[in-house]
Ligand binder design. Structure first.
Ligand code: DGJ
Length: 703
C-alpha cells in the first residue's frame, strides 16, 4: 500500500520518497513534506497555522495543495470561478477522501466542496512507485442547478521544500532551435513558463526542475514536474516573501473560460511531479522509465523503433512515384526498415501555397495512386509511412472553397495566414468527423504502418462565431480534447500503425500527446552539431526512444556546416535513427559508410532505445558524451562527439556509470581491438576518449 492515512495526514509513499499532506483545521490540504522518506508522525506539528500580520493572515495557505481564489489568498490561484449570481469568492473545504487502486497505482481522492454553492473539486493523486512520481489532476464538478464559469482551472500546486536558495531549470527555444536548457535563480515574484499559441510550442515546454543551486548531473536534490497537455498551458513558479516556492500549473487561464453547466464535470490534464536525489540525470531517468512504462501507447512502447527514411529534405514538395522508388531502393540497400513519404503527395500540393486539406492522392505525381509505390516499398522489405497535417487548410484548396466556415475566425477580421494556411476549427464536431473520416479511409485503404502528424502554425483569431457567447473561450481546450479523441480513435482502429507527433519539428512535444504518439520529430534542424544541444534539452524530460533523429546531407541546408558521415550518424544514433538526406547525391563511399553505420546502430539500438541514459559530458561545456546501459547491465554504449580540440589537449578521462562493478566488460572503441576492464575500473578510473581536431566522434561498445 503506497498511500497511508494517519489521522488527517496522508503519506504517498514511493520506492524512495514520501509525499506528505495533511488536512488543516480550515479544511485546507497542506503540503508537509516532499522528498526522502520520513515518518509521517513527524509532520503533525507542521499543520499549525502561522500568523504573521493582518496583511499576511495565514502563511500556511501558501503551502496548500490547491488554492481556489477567494478570501485572503493573493498568490497564484489554482482555481478561479464565478457562480451564476456573480459571486467570485470560492470557499472550498475538504469534505471526504477515498483511497483505492487504479491500474497498477494507488489513488487518493480528496474531495473539496464549496461551503454554500454546488462546486466540488476532487484532487486526485496517483503514485507511480517505481519512478518516485506522483500524478495529479482534478475533477471539477458542478453539483448545483446553475452554470459556473471557470476562469482558471489548474491541475496541481507543487510546494517545494524550504531551501536557502532556489534555482529553476527549464527549456526555451524557437523553430529549428528547440529545447534549449536554461536556469535562473528564483527570487520573490513569479516566473511564468507558458504557451498561448494553441499547441505546446517550441518557445517553452511544459516541464520544470527546481534545486537549491547545487544539484548537478548526478548528485543533489531536484524537484520536477511535467504537464500532460498539448494546448495552451501555464506553469507559474512563485516565491513568496515567506520563502515558500510554489509551482502552479495546468491549462493556461489566458483567454480561457469554461461554462460548466449543472451536472457537468471538467477534468484537468495530469501534472506529474517527482523528486530525485540523484541530480538532473536521476530526474531524467525516472521520467524516461515512467514514459515507457505508463505514458506511451502500449501497442508499440516495447517495440524497437525501425530505422526510417524520409524524403522531405531530399525532394521537398517535389515528390513523385518514380523518384520515390529510386530513393526507396537506395534506402533499402542501406538497411532502412520504414520508408516515409512526406508533404506534397496530395491535392494540388506543389508548394506550401495550396492543397492542404485535400487529402486525396495527386495522380499527376502518383499516376496509379499510392498502392504501386507501397507495394514496391514492401517488396524492398520496408514498411510504408506517410505525412499528414490534418488540422490545417490552405485557402487555395477544395476543402476551404467548400467550407470557408470551418476555420477559426472572427467576424469583420481577416484571418492571419502563416505558411499560407489557416487552422481548422477542431472544436466543431463536423471538422473532427471530417478528419477522422479521411484518416480512416487513408489507413484502411492502404498498407500504411506509420503516420507523421504535422502542425505548421499556431492558432490565431480564435473565434467560433456560431457558438454561444459563454463558450467562445472554450476553443483552446476543445481543440486539444478533439485532437486527443481523434488520435485515440485512430489508435484503437489501427493498432499496428506507429504515430509520430511533429509540429514544424519539435513544436508538439509533451506528455499529453505522448499518450497517443509513439515518438516525436525532434527538430527541423538536422545539423549534427546544433542537434546535440537540442537533444540534450529534450533528453532532460523525454526518453531517447521517442526522439527521432535523422542523418541528412552535408553541407547542412540550414547552416552550411560540413561534417563527416560518421559524425552525423553518431549524433543521430542518440535516439531513434532515421535518414533524411538526398541519397541520389551521396557518393558510393558515403553510401557504403552509411550502410555500415545503420548495421552498427541495429546492434546497439536496444540499449539506446530501451536502456538507461547517462549524460557524461554536456555539449554546453564542450564535447558531448552520452552512455546507455541495457536493462540487464550486460551491455553499454557510449557515443562521443567532439567539437574542436585545441592546444593539443590530451583526451580527458570519462568515468562511465551504471555498470556492474564486479563484472568484466569487453570494450571496443570504433574498430579498434577489444580490451577488457572491470565495471569498477570503467566507473572509477574511466576511459580515455580520444576526440581530435574538429568534429571527431567515437562509438564505444561495451559488453
Ligand atoms: C515541417 C516538418 O517538421 C518537416 O519535417 C516536414 O514534414 C515539413 N513540415 C513538411 O511540410
Amino acid at each position: 500500500m503506497a498511500i497511508l492515512n494517519y489521522d488527517n495526514i496522508f503519506e504517498l509513499k514511493t520506492k524512495m520518497t514520501s509525499y506528505i499532506i495533511g488536512i488543516n483545521e480550515a479544511g485546507g490540504i497542506q503540503n508537509l513534506h516532499w522528498g526522502k522518506q520520513v515518518n509521517p508522525e513527524d509532520c503533525i506539528s507542521l499543520l499549525n497555522p502561522r500568523h504573521h500580520s493582518s496583511f499576511d493572515q495565514n502563511v500556511e495557505k501558501e503551502r496548500e495543495e490547491y488554492n481556489p481564489w477567494g478570501g485572503l489568498f493573493y498568490g497564484e490561484p489554482s482555481l478561479k470561478a464565478m457562480y451564476a449570481d456573480n459571486v467570485r469568492d470560492l470557499k472550498l473545504a475538504c469534505s471526504e477522501y477515498s483511497i483505492d487502486r487504479h491500474g497498477n497505482s494507488d489513488q487518493l481522492t480528496i474531495t473539496l466542496k464549496d461551503l454554500y454553492y454546488g462546486l466540488q473539486v476532487d484532487l486526485i493523486y496517483r503514485t507511480q512507485d517505481e519512478f518516485d512520481l506522483v500524478e495529479r489532476y482534478c475533477r471539477i464538478i458542478n453539483n448545483g442547478e446553475t452554470p459556473i464559469m471557470l476562469e482558471n482551472a489548474c491541475s496541481a500546486v507543487w510546494n517545494i521544500p524550504e531551501a536557502e536558495e532556489y534555482r529553476l531549470t527549464h527549456v526555451t527555444g524557437k523553430w529549428a532551435c528547440e529545447t534549449q536548457l536554461r536556469s535562473c535563480d528564483i527570487t520573490e515574484g513569479k516566473k511564468i513558463l507558458e504557451c498561448r499559441k494553441g499547441s505546446t510550442g517550441s518557445s517553452a515546454n511544459p516541464w520544470f526542475a527546481i534545486d537549491n543551486g547545487f544539484a548537478n548531473e548526478e548528485a543533489g536534490d531536484v524537484w520536477f514536474g511535467a504537464l500532460a497537455w498539448s494546448g495552451n498551458w501555464k506553469i507559474t513558479v512563485e516565491k513568496t516573501a515567506f520563502n515558500n516556492v510554489r509551482v502552479v500549473g495546468g491549462i493556461n487561464d489566458f483567454d480561457f473560460a469554461w461554462n460548466l453547466k449543472a451536472g457537468e464535470t471538467f477534468e484537468t490534464p495530469v501534472f506529474v511531479g517527482g523528486y530525485s536525489d540523484g541530480g538532473f540525470g536521476g530526474m531524467s531517468r525516472k521520467l524516461h522509465k515512467y514514459q515507457m512504462a505508463c505514458v506511451m501507447p502500449k501497442t508499440h512502447a516495447d517495440e524497437i523503433r525501425k530505422v526510417l527514411y524520409n524524403s522531405w529534405e531530399a525532394t521537398g514538395f517535389d515528390v513523385n512515384a518514380a523518384e520515390q522508388v529510386l530513393l526507396a531502393q537506395k534506402a533499402a540497400k542501406l538497411g532502412v526498415e520504414l520508408f516515409v513519404v512526406d508533404d506534397g503527395w496530395f491535392g494540388s500540393r506543389n508548394s506550401d501555397m495550396a492543397g492542404l486539406g485535400d487529402w486525396y492522392v495527386n495522380t499527376n505525381k502518383f499516376p496509379g495512386g499510392l498502392d504501386p509505390l507501397i507495394k514496391e516499398v514492401n517488396e524492398l522489405g520496408m514498411d510504408f509511412g506517410i505525412w499528414v497535417e490534418p488540422e490545417m487548410v490552405n485557402p487555395d484548396s477544395d476543402l476551404y472553397r467548400a467550407h470557408p466556415d470551418w476555420v477559426y475566425s472572427f467576424t469583420n477580421r481577416e484571418g492571419s495566414l502563416a505558411r499560407n494556411q489557416l487552422v481548422l476549427n477542431l472544436s466543431k464536431n463536423e471538422v473532427k468527423n471530417y478528419i477522422l473520416g479521411f484518416m480512416t479511409d487513408l489507413l484502411s485503404q492502404h498498407n500504411i504502418k506509420f503516420i507523421k502528424w504535422d502542425m505548421n502554425r499556431p492558432i490565431s483569431e480564435p473565434g467560433w462565431m456560431e457558438a454561444p457567447l459563454e463558450c467562445q473561450r472554450e476553443i483552446w481546450v476543445r481543440h486539444v480534447q478533439n485532437l486527443y479523441a481523434i488520435w485515440e480513435e485512430l489508435r484503437r482502429k489501427f493498432p499496428h500503425v506507429v504515430f509520430e507527433s511533429c509540429s514544424g519539428g519539435g513544436g508538439r512535444v509533451d506528455l499529453g500527446i505522448l499518450r497517443y504518439a509513439d515518438e516525436f520529430w525532434t527538430s527541423d534542424n538536422t545539423d549534427a552539431l546544433d542537434r546535440q544541444r537540442i537533444q540534450e534539452g529534450f533528453s532532460y524530460v523525454y526518453c531517447p526512444k521517442a526522439m527521432m533523429c535523422w542523418v541528412t546531407d552535408s553541407p547542412n541546408w540550414l547552416n552550411g556546416r560540413k561534417v563527416s558521415v560518421k559524425y552525423r550518424f553518431v549524433s543521430a544514433m542518440m535516439g531513434s535513427l532515421g535518414i533524411g538526406g538526398n541519397l541520389n547525391e551521396w557518393s558510393e563511399e558515403e553510401l557504403n559508410e552509411a550502410e555500415e553505420m545503420v548495421s552498427l546502430y541495429k546492434g546497439i539500438r536496444h540499449t539506446v532505445q530501451d536502456g538507461t541514459l547517462y549524460r557524461l559530458s554536456s555539449p554546453r561545456k564542450g564535447n558531448t558524451v552520452v552512455q546507455y546501459v541495457d536493462n540487464n547491465i550486460q551491455e553499454s554504449v557510449v557515443l562521443a562527439l567532439g567539437h574542436s580540440q585545441q592546444f593539443g589537449d590530451a583526451p580527458g578521462r570519462t568515468r562511465l556509470r551504471g555498470l556492474d562493478p564486479e563484472k568484466i566488460y569487453s570494450v571496443r572503441i570504433d574498430d579498434e581491438e577489444t580490451f577488457s576492464m572491470s565495471g569498477k575500473g570503467l566507473m572509477n578510473i574511466g576511459l580515455f576518449i580520444q576526440l581530435r581536431s574538429d568534429f571527431d566522434s567515437r562509438i564505444i561498445r561495451i559488453k
